[in-house]
Design a protein around this ligand. Structure first.
Ligand SMILES: [Fe+2]
Length: 320
């Protein structure tokens, strides 16, 4: 990989300053060596259990919000997936850099198919006036945006090149002056941003962390499938102890977490969006949702009618 001085092997120790400097200057850094191959394999096995079928009528599975991808909660996968997204070494780096406590505001396993077209363009997560959902009282000010208020992360679960996470180097300092979507910028400004794009190729187990204020997104169009965990740590001194939406965590995993991990997980935290309005429930707006609902509602009609008929006949038999 050419020019990868933004990759830091965490086992070398004493990297806090160097990682923070990379976040300050470039807007991103890659943490290598955090997770063993066994952890990655365990998470991939767990993901396979959820990625075969959609979640339907209480049967666990993936969420569908568009054709190219499948979403799964890493808390459903559980085990090593929870350990990865709440790794205390990463929490310490993120909190040190933001100079505040943080909260894991959002986390999703994302499987992108290589569909060969662009469906998720470069964007910044924050700009002045940002709020999550129309009902939210919180509105981001220019002063707040001057600080690193959100650190995003992409954990690669496979060696990733085509379709990898991309970051437009240094663009976190622009503070997205014309809003979060690069497609709405004049052509020359858009080109200036896109010229700074670095595709961050990585190995299975790499943890790319980045300043959410800069332009980022997946390398698209891509023909390669990609499996990653996407996370977002928000700055508590800016947003309060608030998640994007509450999460459901297995009781078996909660018992293992330290006080710090529970705090970052968001135990007792508020939420910006109700769980039944969260992005992963978008299928509700799809026309096929009605068909799916009809099929589920009527899935047990045959035994129902049989039972009804039997009970009618027995009653009649009793009366005679
Ligand atoms: Fe983003």
């Amino acid at each position: 990989m050419p020019g990868t001085d933004y990759v830091f092997d965490v086992n070398e120790g004493g990297l806090t300053r160097a990682v923070s400097r990379s976040l300050d200057e470039r807007g991103f850094a890659v943490l290598r060596g955090l997770f063993t191959p066994d952890m990655v394999a365990e998470v991939m096995t767990g993901i396979r259990r959820y990625s075969q079928s959609p979640a339907v009528a209480g049967v666990p599975g993936y969420c569908k919000v568009d054709h190219p991808k499948r979403l799964i909660s890493p808390y459903s996968v559980g085990g090593a997936a929870v350990d990865m997204i709440l790794d205390e070494r990463v929490i310490d780096l993120v909190e040190g850099h933001m100079k505040s406590e943080c909260v894991l505001a959002e986390a999703n396993v994302k499987i992108d198919e290589g569909v060969g077209y662009v469906y998720f363009p470069m964007h910044a997560d924050f700009s002045v006036g940002w709020r999550k959902g129309a009902d939210s009282d919180f509105e981001l000010t220019r002063d707040q945006l001057e600080l690193p208020i959100g650190i995003g992360g992409a954990i690669y679960l496979e060696d990733t090149t085509e379709g990898a996470f991309c970051y437009c180097e240094g663009t976190h300092k622009m503070l997205a002056p014309r809003g979060p979507n690069i497609d709405t910028y004049p052509a020359d400004e858009r080109r200036a941003v896109m010229d700074k794009m670095v595709r961050i190729d990585g190995k299975a187990g790499d943890f790319v962390i980045f300043d959410d204020r800069g332009f980022h997104g997946p390398d698209q169009p891509s023909r390669a499938r990609r499996t990653i965990i996407l996370v977002d740590y928000y700055r508590v001194d800016t947003f309060g102890h608030t998640l994007v939406s509450p999460v459901a965590v297995w009781s078996s995993d909660i018992g293992r977490l330290s006080k710090k991990q529970l705090r970052v997980l968001g135990v007792g935290a508020g939420a910006m969006v109700e769980p039944d309005a969260y992005m992963s429930t978008r299928f509700r707006r799809n026309r096929m949702y009605g068909v799916a609902k009809f099929l589920v509602r009527n899935a047990y009609l045959w035994p129902h009618f049989k039972n009804k008929l039997r009970s009618k006949l027995t009653r009649r038999g009793h009366r005679q």
